[in-house]
Design a protein around this ligand. Structure first.
Ligand SMILES: [Zn+2]
Length: 490
């Protein structure tokens, strides 16, 4: 800790410390508040908050005493202190006034690059965003991802606001937990309540214990005019929509009344009906939204399942004309009800971004996650070819195991043989669809892989390489995510 002496002394004199041979400081993080001066700094690959001064902020931080100041680890406790004294480090809701982009950071090191990418654009970053699936695969918790996002915001001196999304939550206990932790965005996954097995809809509807007459009065043979779009329901389509989405809508209503409307702060509430086999027809989207409206449920965004395939890490697969027609209709329905259309698995869908940008006109939430991991792998390929090669082989050997969690269909035969690829060409794997998907889905396996002695096979070396090349990683993200935003018009 002694190597921090110069930094502490500068802080004690009220000056912004400079980097030296041992320590690099993050200049944008420098803060002077309530008699305390604090800055984030890095020694080796480890980051710390360094503070000097007196008063409540100084006393609240926990760390080692150095030259009368403190050198504090990036612990959960110290994150809570930052949240208390620097409001901009607390996640917030954005409502529907501005577009938002989900930027899940599986590694806890991508957020600085994400912040730089979204700064001064017509979009706000949702920096923490992780599904329970991803947390489980990486042995991380919701607390870990909030800590990482808060610290990144502080490091960058970013004061324009960010959100935190408890993504694809299915259970009430997880909603409760996420709200308690301070998440500002809840994505309710209703896939377990959406039926894929409806056969004779009218017959089944006739026996349903619901107020059928009420449904008939409101929908049957009525034409709803939605932004120039006409939506009608006949016996068959009404019965079908009630059966497929009825239970899911009850669940949305319950969660809204029980948790979202009672939350202590504003929450962005998103409904996800995308992770199901049933493609959401525009008329089904309208039905769900109209039912939510009738029941007094306010949502900030809704994610339909679009036609075609949104596979992880690669461009859209499907009929572009059909997609454009349906996306347009979905966007109009969202505008009519006043919420954002949400696009999941939205990374790398370059061929449809201009369409999405054109029709949503900024009433948009788009989620990305794994693509920043692929940019991290690209950094490894450039800076540590030997590590890249070992990870590549391991990923190929373990690819099959991931198919339990992910639907991807890469043609692995098309991946160039590793032993015929020169070091200088390794980064081009990250431009190849099948290789991208190979890495996209094996992240959990790679980062938790152990040798026989129980030591990490790649994890430590991977993070060390990334943290020693933070600027390369940042630049890669600014370029790659920036390309998404440029095409979306944000
Ligand atoms: Zn989804």
């Amino acid at each position: 800790m002694e190597q921090f002496t110069d930094v502490v002394q500068a802080l004690a004199q009220g000056k912004q410390p400079a980097s030296n041979n041992h320590i690099s400081v993050y200049e944008s993080s420098f803060e002077q508040k309530d008699g305390t001066n604090v800055i984030m700094a890095k020694a080796g690959t480890e980051k710390y908050l360094v503070a000097a001064g007196q008063g409540e902020l100084f006393n609240s931080l926990t760390g080692d005493t150095v030259a009368g100041g403190k050198v504090c680890g990036l612990t959960h406790e110290n994150r809570i202190v930052l949240n208390k004294f620097f409001a901009y480090t607390v996640p917030q809701a954005f409502g529907t006034e501005i577009a938002t982009m989900g930027l899940g950071d599986r590694l806890g090191v991508a957020s600085p690059g994400h912040i730089e990418t979204t700064r001064n654009r017509k979009v706000k970053p949702i920096l923490a965003q992780q599904s329970i699936r991803e947390l489980t695969l990486l042995n991380r918790t919701m607390t870990d991802i909030l800590d990482a996002a808060s610290f990144a915001v502080f490091q960058e001196g970013y004061k324009d606001g960010y959100g935190a999304d408890a993504d694809h939550i299915k259970l009430e206990k997880d909603i409760e937990y996420a709200l308690e932790l301070g998440f500002s965005f809840i994505t309710l996954d209703c896939s377990e309540q959406i039926r894929n097995d409806v056969e004779d809809a009218q017959k089944e509807f006739a026996g349903l214990p619901v107020d059928r007459k009420e449904y008939y009065n409101h929908y049957l043979n009525k034409t709803f005019e939605v932004q120039g779009l006409n939506i009608t329901f006949d016996d068959e389509s009404l019965a079908k929509n009630v059966l497929v989405y009825g239970e899911a809508i009850d669940f949305m209503e319950h969660v809204y009344n029980e948790y979202i409307s009672k939350a202590e702060k504003a929450i962005d509430f998103e409904i996800s009906i995308d992770e199901t086999e049933t493609v959401t027809a525009p008329e089904a989207h309208f039905f769900v939204a109209e039912e939510l409206r009738r029941r007094g449920v306010t949502v900030q965004s809704l994610a339909p399942r679009f036609c075609g395939e949104f596979q992880k890490g690669i461009d859209y697969i499907g009929d572009l004309e059909q997609f454009e027609k349906e996306l347009h209709e979905h966007a109009e329905i969202a505008k009519y009800f006043g919420y954002k259309l949400s696009i999941h698995s939205g990374s790398d869908k370059f061929s449809v971004f201009p369409i999405i940008g054109k029709y949503t006109e900024g009433l948009l939430h788009i989620k990305t996650a794994g693509t920043n991991w692929l940019e991290a792998v690209r950094v490894i390929a450039v800076e540590n070819p030997d590590l890249y090669r070992r990870m590549h082989v391991y990923a190929e050997d373990h690819f099959e195991e991931t198919l339990k969690y992910y639907h991807v269909t890469p043609d692995l035969e098309s991946v160039a043989p590793l032993n015929e690829t020169a070091d200088a060409d390794l980064p081009t794997y990250m431009d190849h669809d099948a290789a991208r998907q190979l890495f996209h889905v094996t992240y959990g396996i790679l980062l938790t892989a152990k040798n026989e002695a129980g030591e990490d096979l790649f994890r430590k070396e991977f993070f060390d390489t990334l943290l020693n090349n933070e600027d390369t990683y940042r630049q890669g993200l600014v370029k790659h995510i920036g390309r998404h935003l440029d095409l979306l018009g944000l």
